[in-house]
Design a binder for this molecule. Structure first.
Ligand code: HEM
Length: 121
């Protein structure tokens, strides 16, 4: 499940940058890639939710876990807002800042603190 989770969010980052590039060119491909990205959000939520159940079952590291879950949702929200604003030619700077903050939180907690992933501890 950790592998599915990582695959899903790496794919999301790739789809995000490609969709953004197409939106900038005002190409229709931007919309299509954006829709695929939205389906991939579901995969991130499903795999993240599934990983979370083990923590809840054991009542283990719930503080870190809940911050990780909220920050993960915040990453998704930032990606979505950047694309929607890019499509409308509106400013995106505040959402890039939010993306940077939320991504750092999620990577530090996911790889650094929470013990269940693929890296050896
Ligand atoms: C795009 C958003 C997200 C990113 C970039 C992300 C990133 C990560 C990373 C880097 C790990 C560590 C994997 C490892 O140690 O092998 C991880 C694990 C995890 N993620 Fe996410 N995540 C995201 C969204 C979510 C969401 C929305 C949830 C919950 C609904 C969630 C729940 C979890 C859980 C429970 C783990 C297992 C923690 C562990 O023991 O390592 N994630 N995620």
């Amino acid at each position: 499940m950790a592998h599915l989770h990582i695959t899903a969010w790496v794919l999301a980052l790739i789809l995000f940058f490609v969709a953004r590039a197409f939106y900038k060119k005002e190409s229709k491909a931007g919309k299509i890639l954006h829709m695929i990205l939205r389906l991939d959000y579901l995969l991130i939520l499903y795999s993240g939710g599934s990983l979370s159940t083990d923590y809840f079952a054991e009542s283990y590291m719930l503080g870190e876990l809940i911050v990780k879950m909220l920050a993960g949702i915040w990453v998704i929200a930032s990606l979505e807002m950047i694309l929607v604003k890019t499509a409308k030619n509106k400013p995106t700077k505040s959402f890039w800042i939010q993306l940077a903050i939320s991504l750092v939180i999620v990577l530090v907690l996911g790889f650094g603190r929470l013990p269940m992933g693929i890296l050896p501890n």
